[in-house]
Design a protein around this ligand. Structure first.
Ligand SMILES: [Zn+2]
Length: 297
């Protein structure tokens, strides 16, 4: 039997929306060649790798709980991969945050009658349209939203979705599976590249450091960490990402204090020694410059 408990709220007050172009926006892509790979995380928790964010799954007699849904053209492939794991219907779909590589399938799954669950701010931003895009139709919007946390009881596990400090966006959540001892972090933690701060959608560097600390604190030494993108790791990787973010914050603060413009900071190559390990800093530099500057005031 599925029970929903905790503070349910239909919708929060509107959040000021900065309809600016975002580096997180996705253009037209061809998904026909994308193959979905299924990975077991622990017990009856799995994830699907395709294109976009990792899709978390909890399977069992009560039905499938799904976390994020990649892009709309992949919905049928995701459904087929889920069917191969479980003959039970998909019951709930959690959105960790607003980005299209995590919510693009909402309309398709919503039309199947699957209830979508997310933080208040996810619903607000999807309803308004993300990054100047079209507003999501009602069927694609979360039907259950929460302010702080929400606990679900199904398939023999206790699944808690909790709000993180504004970090990747202002509606980031993580999901903790108590029995399986797994955390799906959403994009506040990824094992691919630099930390991602979507400043235009409420992301924050200060908040990213706090969010990474909160994720670390929520995990035990053996907890399997399923990131928004990338591979399963332990909390030691979260600590390393937190330390990296602190170091980046320090570097950008120093450059901004010297009165440097964004162009000057780009030219100074402040991450030259780190790029070999973390990849391109093309997105990182403007995001961190703007966020750190705003947070110094
Ligand atoms: Zn994202």
């Amino acid at each position: 039997m599925l029970q929903l408990s905790s503070k349910l709220a239909l919708c929060s007050s509107p959040v000021a929306l900065l309809a600016v172009g975002s580096v997180f926006a996705q253009g037209q892509q061809d998904f026909s060649a994308v193959q979905i790979k299924t990975h077991q995380v622990s017990g009856n928790v799995y994830y699907l790798e395709g294109q976009g964010g990792n899709v978390g799954l909890l399977i069992g007699d009560d039905g499938v709980l799904m976390i994020d849904d990649q892009f709309a053209p992949l919905s049928e492939k995701l459904q087929a991969a889920i069917k191969a794991l479980s003959n039970k219907p998909i019951r709930l779909l959690i959105n960790t945050h607003i980005h299209g590589d995590h919510t693009g399938g909402n309309e398709n799954f919503g039309k199947l009658g699957i209830d979508i669950v997310a933080h208040d701010n996810v619903r607000v931003r999807l309803a308004q349209g993300v990054n100047g895009g079209a507003p999501s139709p009602a069927v694609a919007l979360p039907i259950v939203t929460f302010a702080d946390s929400l606990t679900m009881h199904l398939n023999g596990d206790t699944v808690t979705i909790k709000k993180l400090p504004p970090s990747h966006t202002d509606g980031d959540s993580f999901i903790h599976f108590a029995k399986a001892d797994v955390i799906h972090t959403g994009d506040s933690f990824r094992t691919i590249g630099y930390p991602g701060v979507d400043f235009g959608n409420g992301g924050s560097v200060k908040g990213m450091i706090a969010a990474l600390q909160a994720l670390y604190d929520a995990a035990g030494p053996n907890t399997k960490i399923l990131p928004g993108h990338g591979v399963v790791v332990t909390r030691a990787e979260i600590a390393a990402q937190r330390d990296l973010t602190v170091e980046l914050q320090k570097r950008f603060t120093d450059l901004i204090k010297r009165g440097m413009t964004l162009e000057q900071v780009v030219a100074a190559k402040p991450t030259a020694d780190l790029d070999a390990k973390y990849g391109s800093s093309e997105r990182l530099i403007p995001a961190f410059y703007n966020a750190v500057k705003a947070e110094m005031q």
